[in-house]
Ligand binder design. Structure first.
Ligand code: S3P
Length: 184
């Protein structure tokens, strides 16, 4: 496989909490490729955390910096990239993603909700309730509702990836509980 992939850049795509970082790190080690995280590149370029960019500026500012990071990454080779969950949404980004190979990690939203709540929601501004919607309630239920909506909006975009890995199917083949698999 490494021979076929040499000189390319692998982009892991998928929802928040699907395990992109863990899997990208594992693949990068297996292939002796470099590991990169597009959110970290954005934070470095802007000089603020993702949560801060959302709260002090706007999602638009974050998306522009994210596109720029993906553009730069698309010109690299022998790199495995954990992208942010929304990297697939902008059409422009597909120009960059398609320079490499895209791998979609598909995880059911119920398991995503468990993982993002366990990891802490403060790092995931899209899941933090705000405005009239901010009703008190169970964090898991709220995360599940938001993730389900985001998944519905993005599902078609994720399906544009070159490869799709059904994590639920693999977990069941391995006889493992999906929620025991490593988090994102
Ligand atoms: C986002 C996912 C986050 C981060 C930002 C927006 C999204 O990355 O890029 O908060 O739109 O789904 P992770 O997928 O690593 O959580």
């Amino acid at each position: 496989v490494a021979g076929d992939l040499s000189g390319t850049c692998l982009f892991l795509v998928g929802m928040m909490g699907c395990g992109k970082s863990t899997v990208a790190k594992d693949i990068s080690e297996a292939l002796s490729y470099e590991f990169q995280d597009s959110d970290k590149l954005v934070e470095k370029a802007v000089g603020a955390t993702v949560a801060k960019i959302f709260s002090d500026s706007s999602e638009e500012k974050f998306r522009a910096a994210e596109s720029e990071a993906l553009n730069q990454l698309s010109e690299t080779s022998n790199v495995v990239v954990a992208t942010g969950g929304g990297a697939v949404v902008r059409d422009e980004n597909w120009r960059y993603l398609k320079q490499g190979i895209t791998i979609y990690l598909d995880v059911p939203v119920e398991a995503l909700a468990q993982r993002v709540v366990a990891a802490g929601l403060e790092k995931r501004p899209l899941l933090v309730a705000s405005g009239p919607d901010n009703s008190p309630g169970n964090a898991h239920e709220q995360a599940l509702a938001r993730l389900s909506k985001v998944y519905e909006e993005r599902n078609k975009a994720y399906e544009r990836a070159d490869l799709k890995i059904s994590v639920a199917k693999i977990a069941s083949e391995l006889g493992r509980d999906l929620n025991e698999l490593p988090p994102s």
